[in-house]
Design a protein around this ligand. Sequence first.
Ligand SMILES: *Cc1c(COP(=O)(O)O)cnc(C)c1O
Length: 382
Amino acid sequence: MAPHATPFSLETEAIHSGRRIDPATGALTEPIHLSTTFERDGDGGYARGYVYGRSGNPNRDALETALATLEKGTATATFASGSAATFSLLQALSPDAHVVAPLSVYFGVQQMLRDIFAPWGLSYTLVDTPDLGAVAEALRPNTRLVLIETPSNPQLAVTDIRAVADLAHQANAYLACDNTIASPVLQTPLTLGADLVIHATTKYLAGHGDVIGGAVVTREPNPLFDQLRLVQTIGGVVPSPFDCWLTLRGLQTLPLRVRAQAQAAQAIAIWLAQHPAVEQVLYPGLPEHPGHGVAQKQMQGYGGLLSFLVKGDQERAMAIAAKTSLIARATSFGSPHSSIEHRASIEQGTQTAPNLLRLSVGLEHVDDLIADLDQVLNSGVN
Ligand SMILES: *Cc1c(COP(=O)(O)O)cnc(C)c1O
């Protein structure tokens, strides 16, 4: 399999990659293979390629092929959640390894490093990864993995993927880039030098708010990915056949959804930035964003997620999130349904500002979303 060489565009691959017409029935949509076990050949072999549902399944294979194609990699390991993807990658390291990760990394990853992997022996350094000098300084002789998240959640900080890949490779470390927020529609880190891409497929890839999942895609076969495959199939934190089927179904509309969400988010970011009740908007599509130049260079659009700081304190921010009617008050992002969240009150020990609200722009009409925000921002304290 060499997805690098695909002749088709992203839109076409999103619909066709990993799929085939079912040879038994002619069904265009692949059946969900729930079987936990597969028939052995008379000579004891498995000529059809499947042994047992934990080690492999046709729906998982289809999804892994599609994700490798979209991310321009060669192979994928999928997991039962985005957190399980990163967790399994860290498990694939040896305990004497050192990891460099962003200060503003997804808070669940901060928790797993601090509360699970540090007691296990792994050492790590959290740095401001947009600051290349800080990344260079954090590298040690035993650094095996540099982890970045760009744009980051919920700060929307932008890290220069190519520059950090060069630094990591000079130190003989792998670079893994969490591409959850951009999706392969807007950014393909493997073409910029990253070795691995991580996804919470829960978000834009599955795209409908109805399945939790994760994935790691590799640019080339390498020892770390081989070990990750062992963690996946022996550790067994695998996605169900139905989860794989739902995620593959969602991928078909990924380019359309993400571009529409990014376009609406850009309009909302511009609108919010001039609103008197807003102190600051964090969105890489705005020229005043510190990562705008790097984002322009490495992204094809700036995504459907933004954060903004309201004028006032935590109470004011919570009150604003409490009053939206169309925009749901809920965690997560990447669904057709827009949602807003006060992050500081659910993250523990992060640097997220108390007056920060994160907005996931869905697929409703942008004018309706702006009207909803306008009524809450104009209410109360002002
Ligand atoms: C949501 C998210 C995760 C975790 O994914 P789950 O599927 O919720 O476990 C990891 N990284 C990023 C950037 C995320 O947004």
